[in-house]
Design a binder for this molecule. Structure first.
Ligand SMILES: Cc1cc2nc3c(=O)[nH]c(=O)nc-3n(C[C@H](O)[C@H](O)[C@H](O)COP(=O)(O)OP(=O)(O)OC[C@H]3O[C@@H](n4cnc5c(N)ncnc54)[C@H](O)[C@@H]3O)c2cc1C
Length: 326
């Protein structure tokens, strides 16, 4: 990193869910450290004291700003961008994550206010202006240079960066940020339906079960959920399944969904379109179950089973329920 980069100040937007700090924050801090400067984390929301304390223990974090106010509870783009605008005079780099729908709305809005570009899908940081990002559904990695002088607004692919560790003994100071009373709040969330709340987060799960159209029938879905519960796995879905209304948007993995990096990804009844593969490239091991031996997923998989997904799920559930041999 250049001499110039060492002067840069970096602000990371914490990834949160309700009042919880999500593990993606540690990866964003890991990415921010590439700029060679200690990092400030902004924890915004309502009732975020514990989340801020956790962020303060991440290695490399020099300061935590806590913006705690009811109008930030849903992390809507309008109040968040208005909160960030004055901070952009203090920070050269503002980092969010692709896995957060909130960040994906906040940073482009802030970019519009500041008349700079928000760069999405960042895979690697070469220096303060030069970044790598995918193109053509992840088949090509391009190196791009930002030519304007404004603050760098970056949406990182979290899975491409190492998590910052936690330092048990040390804790950065947490400073309360005054939240202006007149932040815009054009909409209020009046009801919320949560999916998969009890399971692990898709972005941090070590085992992810992928649901494609070939495993989206009622029986297969029921077994997939049961298996996920037993194995403490998260469920992902293809866009086809999401479009069919059989899985929530947040489960979609791929070019227009999340990019994940589990240790093991098991694709049930998934064809393996390149738009889906773009989201699972960082998986440690890919196992595919598909009735069509020509399905493209088998070319990306480490292990493949040419079998009916429902039958495989039934057998796996039996196996998971069987008493363990000594
Ligand atoms: C701009 C754009 C962006 C996109 N973004 C995404 C994205 O982010 N994520 C994404 O997933 N897709 C995305 N898509 C859609 C993508 O192109 C595919 O259409 C989609 O991934 C297909 O989903 P699928 O594999 O579930 O369904 P299908 O393509 O219908 O495949 C179903 C598979 O199941 C197998 N099968 C059938 N019955 C069984 C059975 N009983 N047991 C086992 N296997 C069986 C079939 O052989 C087949 O291979 C995008 C498309 C476009 C154009």
């Amino acid at each position: 990193m250049s001499e110039e980069a060492s002067l840069m100040t970096t602000l990371v937007l914490a990834q949160t869910e309700a009042t919880r700090l999500l593990p993606g924050t540690a990866r964003l801090v890991g990415a921010a450290r590439a700029f060679g400067r200690p990092v400030t984390v902004l924890v915004a929301g309502y009732g975020m004291g514990e989340a801020a304390a956790r962020a303060a223990r991440l290695e490399g974090v020099e300061r935590v700003l806590l913006a705690d106010d009811a109008c930030l509870a849903e992390q809507l783009a309008e109040p968040m961008a208005a909160l960030l605008r004055p901070l952009s005079a203090e920070y050269d780099v503002i980092i969010g994550g692709m896995a957060s729908m909130a960040h994906r709305e906040i940073l482009p809005r802030l970019a519009g206010m500041l008349d700079v570009m928000a760069l999405s899908d960042v895979l690697a940081i070469e220096n303060e202006s030069t970044f790598q990002r995918p193109a053509f559904a992840g088949n090509v990695v391009t190196t791009v240079r930002l030519l304007d002088d404004g603050p760098r607004l970056l949406l990182m692919c979290e899975s491409a960066f190492e998590e910052a560790g936690t330092d048990g003994a040390r804790s950065a100071p947490v400073e309360k940020l005054a939240v202006p009373a007149d932040l815009p709040l054009p909409v209020r969330v009046i009801a919320e339906e949560r999916h998969g709340e009890s399971g692990p987060d898709l972005r941090s799960a070590r085992l992810v079960l992928g649901m494609g159209r070939g495993a989206s029938g009622e029986e297969a879905r029921r077994m997939l959920h049961e298996l996920a519960d037993r194995l403490n796995a998260a469920i992902a879905a293809t866009r086809a399944v999401v479009d069919d209304g059989l899985a929530p948007n947040e489960w979609q993995v791929g070019q227009t969904g999340k990019r994940i990096a589990p240790a093991v990804y098991v694709a049930f009844g998934i064809s393996g379109a390149h738009q889906h593969l773009a989201g699972i490239r960082d998986a440690g091991l890919i196992v595919a179950v598909n009735t069509d031996e020509e399905a493209p997923i088998f070319r990306a998989a480490d292990h493949g089973l040419v079998m009916d997904a429902t039958e495989v799920l039934r057998r796996l559930l039996e196996e998971a329920s069987a008493p363990k041999r000594a």
